[in-house]
Design a protein around this ligand. Structure first.
Ligand code: UD1
Ligand code: CA
Length: 451
């Protein structure tokens, strides 16, 4: 059956104490709402609608970046989750099938769990709610089940002591036929402790209309809803634990697993070794058999087979290491191709550049890529030898098998096979050091006598 996805992302999230809309806060380098959209996309929805409100422009722009086809519905005033779903009605005009509602602040719902909800719908329940047994139910809505059927959902604020003692909680995920869903929401009022139109009230409305509701349960770890910074930090931990487990399962060695941080989209090949204290920002792929040494920071980059990075290296967006390329300690690479077997081993900045295969970049080499207004490209040929402390003033190119002398400031292209030398001529003055030392010592002695 066709499925439509509705993700609610309009709320302000007062308890975050932030200028940023709640759903823009990130876990593993992706905003909360993007995690919810990713869970829902596993159902291959025919349409996806994101309901935005607080910080609408910012959330919409971020969403369109991720998925240009996403439908955006604006909830001008945040009058509750039921009211938020109602805003998706126009975007689902003409759609026939099931709608599944996900909360944008609930990032960890697994595709298998959504499949179980679809199965429960197929088995005949008109409304299917995803619930979980909470160790500490806190402020979650409570699911009131009678004789095996879901009777109603009561919000914490509106619950009696007896209802608060219930540990079966509402995750926020709800599935129903889309026309039925909108009809039920139309009948929801706002006579409650928050004065809001609660999506959760559709269960009670359904029952009064003679429709059935049921609960599918999942693990509590999946339903973590983020309402505060403490919950955001806890969710980050949950994500990292899962990502580390998955990496180990995939054949990656993590020497100190709890010190390695992954992004939502990190991909690492088998038999790669990651040393302690490595951070993967978004957009990193590492092929098999690479070595990522301690204290390195990678984002938006690619490391090929046999690549070695760090210790203490920084790979920024657009850094691409070909097979067996080496980037060593205190080296920063940005928007640059380091071709096969090339080495940038010590204390260098290589930005907006190509380093040809088997080139050797000496310690302290800098590509001077920025003139204060624009960025320029540096091209370094294959098998070149760039002497230590070379400054390459871009735009500039060094031909294959060329050399630069240590300390050279390269301002002109160097043809293949040529040697560039650009530094003051050195002289040796015999005995001058001794004379100078004597002079300096005498001056010091005079000063001490005088004082
Ligand atoms: C909600 C549920 C609660 C459940 C919990 C699970 C309701 C009434 N309560 O409570 O039963 O246990 O989630 O995490 O649904 N939003 C809008 N527009 C609004 C209000 C909210 O888009 O007018 C969005 C928020 O951005 C958020 C989501 O809906 O992503 C949930 O809203 P939130 O205020 O966090 O609800 P909870 O109090 O957590
Ligand atoms: Ca919430």
């Amino acid at each position: 059956m066709a499925t439509a996805l509705i993700v609610l992302a309009a709320g302000m999230g007062t308890r975050m104490n932030s200028d940023l809309p709640k759903v823009m806060h990130e876990i593993a380098g992706a905003p909360l709402f993007a995690h919810a959209l990713a869970s829902g996309s596993a159902l291959a929805p025919e349409r996806a609608v994101l309901v935005v409100g607080h910080g609408a422009d910012m959330v919409e722009a971020a969403a369109k970046d991720l998925d240009p086809d996403i439908n955006i519905a604006v909830q001008e005033d945040q009058l509750g989750t039921g009211h938020a779903v109602a805003q998706a009605r126009a975007a689902l005009d003409g759609f026939e099938g099931d709608a599944i509602v996900l909360y944008g602040d609930t990032p960890f719902i697994r595709p298998e769990t959504l499949d179980a909800m679809t199965a429960a719908r197929a088995a005949g329940s008109d409304v299917v709610v995803l619930g979980f047994e909470a160790a500490d139910p806190g402020r979650y809505g409570r699911l009131i089940v009678k004789d095996g059927a879901l009777n109603r959902i009561v919000e914490f604020k509106d619950a009696s002591d007896e209802e608060r003692a219930v540990t079966l909680c509402n995750s926020g995920v709800i599935a129903a036929n889309s026309d039925v869903l909108f009809d039920l929401i139309d009948a929801v009022g706002n006579n409650n402790a928050s004065g809001e139109y609660y999506l959760t009230d559709i269960v009670e409305v359904a029952r009064t209309k003679g429709l059935t509701a049921s609960v599918v349960t999942c693990d509590e770890a999946e339903t973590l809803g983020i309402n505060s910074r403490a919950e955001l930090a806890a969710a980050e931990q949950v994500f990292q634990t899962r990502a580390r487990d998955a990496a180990l399962e995939d054949g990656v060695t993590l020497i100190a697993r709890d010190t390695v941080y992954f992004a939502h989209d990190t991909v690492i090949g088998r038999d790669t070794v990651v040393e302690p204290n490595v951070v993967f920002g978004p957009g990193v792929t590492v092929e098999s058999g690479a070595l990522i040494r301690a204290f390195s920071h990678l984002e938006g980059c690619h490391v090929s087979r046999g690549g070695v990075v760090g210790p203490y290296a920084r790979l920024r967006p657009g850094a691409e290491l070909a097979n067996d390329a080496k980037v060593g300690n205190f080296v920063e690479i940005k928007n640059a191709q380091i071709e096969e077997g090339a080495k940038v081993n010590h204390l260098s900045y290589v930005g907006d550049a190509r380093v040809g295969e088997h080139a050797n970049i000496g310690a302290g080499t800098i590509t001077c890529n920025y003139d204060g207004v624009s960025k320029h490209h540096t091209d370094i040929g294959a098998r070149t030898f760039i002497g230590s402390n070379t400054c390459l003033v871009a735009p500039v190119s060094i031909g294959d098998e060329a050399m630069t002398a240590t300390g050279t400031v390269v301002t002109k292209d160097v043809p293949a096979g040529a040697m560039a030398v650009g530094r003051a001529k050195m002289e040796v003055k015999p005995g001058l050091a001794i004379k100078l030392f004597e002079k300096l010592k005498a001056a010091k002695a005079r000063r001490q006598k005088g004082s």
